[in-house]
Design a protein around this ligand. Sequence first.
Ligand code: PBG
Length: 332
Amino acid sequence: MRIRPRRLRENPILRRMVRETRLSVDQLIYPVFVVEGEGIREEISSMPGQFRYSQDTLIEELGQVQELGVPAVMLFGIPEVDKKDARGTAGYARDGVICQALEKARKDVPDLLLIADVCLCEYTDHGHCGIIDHQEGSGQATVRNDETLELLALAAVAYAEAGAHLVAPSDMMDGRVAAIREALDQERREDVPILSYAAKYASGFYGPFRDAAESTPQFGDRRSYQMDPANSREALKEVDLDLDEGADIVMVKPAMPYLDVIFQVRQLTTVPVAAYQVSGEYSALCAAFDRGWLERERVMAESLLAIRRAGADLIVTYFAKEAARLIRQGDL
Ligand code: PBG
């Protein structure tokens, strides 16, 4: 036989040399949840190994993230229930949980890149991602697109001023990248990049996150603004629009069930592509690890490599710290 693909698979050194896809610590982004109060580090029951931190414990955690070489975190604020209102005011209040955390983190952990998720769902009392029209008793909610844009722009500016290095709109309103870009530029924050959740699907895989962030919609669902899981051409349209509006990095979310979308987005654009391995992907894997049904390190590594192979340059993942440890040991 002239051609034997196995020749390159026999020797482990050679196998390593001809690997097509690599994962580097530099490509990882770690999502972190911040709550009000002090001395809090409570484990999220649906996300084993992930915690809600108050400002003080957050700083310790961010120090560890940095020590592991993970370059960036994505911060989510969770206000106290009585601070939530119909317009998500706590999301853009300068003395609110997220602005305060950004300010402190920027000061105390200056070399860690801070990405602020921009969305209203953690801050609204109804749990939707914007201002709503609610027909009492119908169980339906319509999010008013254009009015919501103003609030998202306010939030993005507040986060940039509080210390966020990047802002990451995850709301899926039409025109939000343009609205945010314009507002940032007006406030002389033209250097703050926008990482847009360009193709964000209405996914069941966000279940554990909504539990963690207490952001489950009180009625209705998000299908009128997040994308239909059946569509991929539409993802390209969303990416095109966001790029036109000034997005610097585009993201696909979730990751593993949408590898084909990541691949297509990678082909479409020259800007960096990110993918978010979301809470449900993490928790489903952890549940199987716990039962001994899947091998933890091996499967975690395989899942991240698959996301890279599909075309993601950056991966937002709850496994970031663990993956960083493996990469540093040379095991990934
Ligand atoms: C906010 C937001 C969500 C996630 C990131 N930003 C939840 C949602 O849209 O319901 C999900 C993250 C995850 O599941 O890990 N809109």
